[in-house]
Design a binder for this molecule. Structure first.
Ligand SMILES: NC(=O)c1ccc[n+]([C@@H]2O[C@H](COP(=O)([O-])OP(=O)(O)OC[C@H]3O[C@@H](n4cnc5c(N)ncnc54)[C@H](OP(=O)(O)O)[C@@H]3O)[C@@H](O)[C@H]2O)c1
Length: 287
C-alpha cells in the first residue's frame, strides 16, 4: 500500500530557517534550497508548527518561484501538535491530536502553505496518548487515495506505540532524536524495530542542536583531524554508519555547513573509531 519514498542520505531540516531562528527572506530560502539540491540533498523536513505555523508558507513561496524543483525534491511534514502561539489563538494549552479531522485539516493546511498538490511523507509528530489507530487509518487512507500524501510515518514514538499504529496502517518512517548527545535509540529497541520492520529511521538534531557534550566533541575532533573534515561531519558519519540506515536531518541555516555535512558521506569509521565516539558520548567504558 503506502510505499516509503526514496529520501536523500542527508535530509535538510527547515525548523530554524524561519522566525524561530534565522528569519530567512524568500531569496535566502531559494539559496539554501538551491545549495542543498546542488549537493544531492533533495529531501526537506518540515512540520506544520515550525515558525509558529509560518515556515511552511515561507518555504512554499520560494518553491513557487521554481516550479521545476517540485519533481526534484521530497517534502516531509508533520502534524498532530496543538501548539500555543499568537498565530493560533484558539490553542490555549499544549496538546496532541491524532483525530481524523485534525490530520485531514493539517494535510490541507500543509499542502496550501507549501504550494504543492502532494506531500511525500506525513509524520505524526509526537505520540497522542488518546490515539485511536482505526481513526488514524481512516485519515491516512483518505489522504493516500486522493493522492495528497504518498506515505506516512511517526516521530518520537515508543516501539509499542509504533506497533499499536502498525495494527491498522503501514508505518514507513520513524523520526527520532539520535546523536552523540542522545544515544538511547541504539539500545532501547527503536532502531531495532526500524531494522526489523523496514521502517526508515530519520535522526533529528543529529548535532545535538549545535550543542554537543564536551567529552564527545573532544573525541570527534581527534577523528576530524584524522579524516581532514569537521567534527560535525564525523558526528553525522557516525550516524550514517548504522546498518538500520539512519538519515540525519541536519538543521543548519548556513550553506557552508551543508557542505560540511555533505563530507560525512565519504567517511567510513571502523569499529574501534565508532565505539570510541560511543564511549565518549555515554561517558562510560564498555564492559
Ligand atoms: N521530529 C521532531 O520532534 C524534531 C525535533 C527537532 C528537530 N526536528 C527536525 O530536525 C532538524 C534538525 O534539528 P536541529 O536544528 O536541532 O539539528 P542540528 O543539526 O543538530 O543542529 C543545528 C544547529 O547546529 C549548528 N551547526 C553548527 N555546525 C553545523 C554543521 N556543520 N552542520 C549543521 N549544523 C551545524 C547550526 O548552526 P548554523 O545554523 O549556524 O549552521 C544549528 O544551530 C530540524 O530542522 C527539524 O527539521 C524534528
Amino acid at each position: 500500500m503506502y510505499s516509503t519514498p526514496w529520501m536523500s542520505d542527508i535530509v535538510v531540516g527547515t525548523m530554524r530557517w524561519g522566525i524561530w531562528d534565522a528569519g530567512f527572506t524568500t531569496s535566502q530560502y531559494e539559496a539554501m534550497i538551491q545549495k542543498a539540491l546542488s549537493l544531492g540533498m533533495t529531501t526537506f523536513d518540515h512540520a506544520d508548527i515550525y515558525g509558529n505555523h509560518t515556515t511552511e508558507a515561507e518555504f512554499g513561496a520560494a518553491l513557487k518561484l521554481h516550479p521545476e524543483w517540485r519533481s526534484q525534491i521530497e517534502l516531509v511534514t508533520k502534524c498532530g501538535i496543538i501548539h500555543v502561539c499568537d498565530q493560533k489563538p484558539e490553542h490555549y494549552v499544549k496538546a496532541y491530536d491524532f483525530t481524523k479531522a485534525h490530520i485531514l485539516q493539517s494535510a490541507e493546511d500543509s499542502l496550501r502553505n507549501l504550494q504543492t498538490d502532494y506531500l511525500d511523507v506525513m509524520l505524526l509528530h509526537r505520540p497522542d496518548l488518546l490515539m485511536d489507530p482505526d481513526e488514524v487509518a481512516e485519515a491516512f487512507d483518505l489522504l493516500y487515495t486522493s493522492g495528497k500524501v504518498r506515505s506516512f510515518g511517526v516521530s518520537n514514538f515508543t516501539p509499542s506505540q509504533v506497533k499499536l499504529l502498525q495494527s491498522t496502517v503501514p508505518v514507513g518512517v520513524h523520526q527520532l532524536e539520535i546523536s552523540v548527545k542522545d544515544v538511547s535509540a541504539f539500545d532501547d529497541g527503536r532502531l531495532d524495530q526500524c531494522a526489523i520492520d523496514g521502517i526508515v529511521p530519520m535522526a533529528w538534531s543529529p548535532l545535538g542542536g549545535g550543542n554537543l557534550p564536551e567529552g564527545a566533541v573532544a573525541a570527534l575532533e581527534v577523528l576530524a583531524d584524522e579524516f581532514s573534515v569537521t567534527s560535525q561531519a564525523i558526528a553525522l558519519a557516525w550516524l550514517l554508519q548504522h546498518p538500520a540506515g539512519i538519515l540525519p536531518v541536519v538543521g543548519t541555516t548556513k550553506a557552508e555547513n551543508l557542505e560540511a555535512a555533505h563530507a560525512a558521506l565519504n567517511i567510513k569509521l571502523d569499529r574501534q573509531q565508532w565505539y570510541t565516539i560511543y564511549q565518549a558520548a555515554t561517558g562510560t567504558r564498555l564492559p
